[in-house]
Ligand binder design. Structure first.
Ligand code: PLP
Length: 378
């Protein structure tokens, strides 16, 4: 296991550079954190909820570990019913974001279970399972397979899939996702489907939820978050669907009741506000803005002759390093010559070597300037 979490490593290098060159302005296109302010209606919901806690008549203490019914109902009605997916309230679990659940879900499984993980991947799943001491199968994703992993050769008990993908920006078609569901059903595996970037899908014909695939409720847990959808990286709220048919719902509830005392009331009220007409419009405007930035980064890099992927259904641009450089070499060139920060692909796994990731969450003006500096560097 790497000694440090990837993004800490990147930050440390950036800080060391900045300390040595205080006169330079670093442009941060690395970490995938949102930068646009929350829509006004969501801020109002946060303020109102905080106000309620200051009045005897509306004060609240602990909520159910699985979250308030009004939010779980909103999720079923707004996020799943339009896709033709029916869920029971008891299958929806509100969380403090996808990150915790993606790691914690592994507690439902024996430590001798084998885990299949896409390579490159968002590092949290790998690290959580390595910490638990599990055997890992890495599924290489590269340009030749369109960054879509092939089915594992050896039996995988737990499979983490992330689509739209961080870091490559790849998506799966219905047929490609159905192959995974079929594999899981045939092998008694469980898929943990990370749909944190579902709201960024722009292309038609791409599944937004794994439950759009027949039979998926028997084998899949879906994890979603308001972080990237609604700008909640600091508010902290997300949710996880554990269908009864997986046989894991009661066990997850038992685990949560013991180790998780529920998501903050204020955060849940803010999440509820994302489903109002004003909330939806505000969120859409932010998503469109980020995707505008993604298109800008992708098209400019392409014009400069770079080989780039992603940026169509995800806010990430996956860029091949020139001259067959390794990821960290390109990272260092961009840092030293252009004062531009990206994330080295090798940090996401072996198959990410030779690539870097640019994030479209960065400020638009910083991206424009970064692209000008990269152009000059060429
Ligand atoms: N999943 C993926 C693929 C992510 O990129 C992130 C955050 O960057 C998360 C999950 C965690 O998000 P959060 O814990 O903020 O909901």
């Amino acid at each position: 296991m790497p000694e440090q979490y990837l993004f800490i490593d990147v930050c440390n290098r950036a800080e060391a550079y900045q300390a040595a060159h205080p006169e330079q302005r670093l442009l941060r296109l690395g970490v995938g954190d949102v930068t646009r302010p929350l829509p006004a209606t969501i801020v109002k919901a946060l303020q109102q909820a905080a106000g309620e806690l200051g009045q005897a008549e509306t004060f609240r203490g602990y909520c159910l570990e699985e979250g308030y019914e009004w939010l779980r109902r909103c999720i079923i009605d707004n996020d799943y019913a339009p896709l033709g997916i029916s869920l029971d309230l008891s299958e929806v679990f509100i969380s403090d974001g996808a990150g915790s659940d993606l790691g914690n879900l592994s507690e439902l499984f024996a430590t001798d279970n084998t885990v299949a993980i896409m390579d490159p991947t968002y590092p949290a799943y790998t690290d959580a399972n390595l910490m638990a001491g599990r055997h890992m199968i890495y599924l290489p994703c590269h340009a030749q397979n369109g960054f879509v992993p092939d089915l594992p050769q050896e039996k995988a008990d737990i499979i983490y899939l992330c689509f739209p993908n961080n870091p490559t920006g790849a998506v799966l078609t219905y047929a490609q996702l159905a192959r995974w569901v079929d594999y899981a059903r045939a092998n008694h595996s469980v898929i943990i489907f990370d749909a944190a970037y579902e709201a960024y899908i722009t292309q038609p014909g791409i599944p937004h939820s794994i439950y759009e695939i027949e039979g998926a409720k028997e084998v899949a847990i879906e994890v979603r978050s308001y972080s990237k959808t609604a700008g909640f990286t600091s508010v902290r709220c997300g949710y996880t669907i554990v269908p009864e048919a997986t046989g894991l719902r009661a066990m997850w509830l038992r685990r949560q009741c013991t180790k998780y005392n529920g998501t903050s009331y204020i955060a849940q009220r803010a999440a509820q506000a994302t489903y109002t007409p004003e909330g939806k419009a505000g969120i859409r405007a932010n998503l469109d803005f980020y995707m505008g930035t993604a298109h800008l980064i992708k098209s400019r890099l392409q014009e400069m002759g770079y080989e780039v992927y992603g940026g169509e259904n995800a806010p990430y641009i996956w860029c091949k390093a020139p001259h067959n450089w390794g990821s960290w070499t390109f990272f260092d060139h961009l840092l030293q010559q252009c004062q531009v920060l990206c994330t080295p692909g090798a940090g996401f796994g072996e198959s990410g070597e030779g690539y870097v990731r640019f994030s479209a969450f960065s400020k638009r003006e910083d991206c424009v300037e970064a692209l000008q500096r990269i152009q000059k560097f060429i």
